[in-house]
Ligand binder design. Structure first.
Ligand code: G1P
Length: 299
């Protein structure tokens, strides 16, 4: 068998969703920030849809206290379904929330020690398989008829194996908020090798303006690297630092997503995503466009 045929498929994905969502308070005092909706779908739903489109079967939520609504959202709501069925209402709208029993596992991150620590909390469920990671704040929307971000990454993984991260260009002034890559050889229009990685560098020290945009395919060895890793930027255990230590040991590639990204970790990004997606929906585009024009005219 060829090396490519031997590659283990990506069937599991980790969603670090233990964060407190302080940027969206008071909205997020009693509900998880990942449950805030872009129109009528919570943020987490977009990430889960993207995962399933890419062939991922098992979802691993790394949650914390007060985050149980995320698990509820993907559970069967018997009373709701029965009431809707009795009233002859279509249940189709609930279809994306149906996860096969056993395919959603929640583990707890008991202390907020950073993204690397959150991923490490999922180690027993991930086991000895390559896996995906989704940061739901980063909303990745495919072009009409095109594949989602993770689907594009799985294609790169099938071609190159090893580790794959998604990257995008940001203005230089923004690099210090993100993980930044030092690009290596260009492999194809969308794929480059990753020669280095640094978390939240100072602007003048950043190796490029290509940032890690919240999607990863990683080999299980990253769990052993995270084990015992010292705190990095911001005093947190950084996933970026663990990945940096794997460069040179395993293939490491970056994929530039052919699609659109909205930063829903920020309020303006959230508004932008809401408006952009509303303007594309057949059921509301005309009304929203007219509304937006009216509001802009009022200055
Ligand atoms: C995290 C990662 C960072 C990545 C970013 C994407 O940072 O550590 O490498 O670029 O997500 O949003 P955070 O936003 O948690 O500070």
């Amino acid at each position: 068998m060829t090396e490519a045929a031997n590659r283990k498929p990506i069937k599991k994905a980790v969603f670090p969703v233990a964060g407190l969502g302080t940027r969206f308070l008071p909205a997020t005092k009693a509900i998880p920030k990942e449950m805030l909706p872009i129109i009528d779908r919570p943020l987490i739903q977009y990430a889960v849809d993207e995962a399933r489109e890419a062939g991922i079967e098992q979802l691993i939520f790394v949650t914390g206290r007060g985050k149980s609504a995320l698990v509820e959202h993907f559970d069967m709501a018997f009373e709701l379904e029965k009431t809707m069925a009795d009233r002859h209402k279509s249940l189709e709208v609930l279809e994306p929330t149906r996860i096969q029993p056993g395919n959603l596992v929640a583990v707890r991150q008991q202390v907020p020690m950073g993204l690397g620590h959150a991923i490490w909390c999922a180690r027993a469920i991930v086991g000895d398989e390559p896996f995906a990671i989704f940061l739901p704040d980063e909303l990745m929307i495919a072009h009409q008829g095109g594949g989602g971000c993770m689907k594009q990454m799985v294609e790169a993984y099938n071609a190159h194996g090893g580790n794959v991260i998604s990257v995008l260009e940001v203005p230089e002034a923004e690099v210090s908020s993100y993980g930044v890559i030092a690009p290596g050889a260009q492999v194809s229009a969308q794929v480059t090798e990753v020669a280095g990685l640094v978390e939240k560098p100072r602007r003048e020290e950043a190796p490029s303006n290509l940032i890690i945009s919240g999607r990863y395919i990683l080999q299980p060895e990253v769990m052993r690297v995270l084990e015992g890793q010292a705190a990095g930027a911001g005093g947190e255990i950084q996933l970026t630092d663990a990945m940096a230590r794997m460069i040179g040991q395993q293939p490491f590639h970056a994929v530039t997503f052919n699609g659109r990204r909205f930063d829903c970790g920020s309020k303006t990004g959230f508004v932008e995503a809401t408006l952009a997606l509303a303007l594309e929906r057949d059921d509301m585009a005309d009304e929203v466009r007219a509304m937006a024009k009216r509001l802009l005219a009022q200055g």
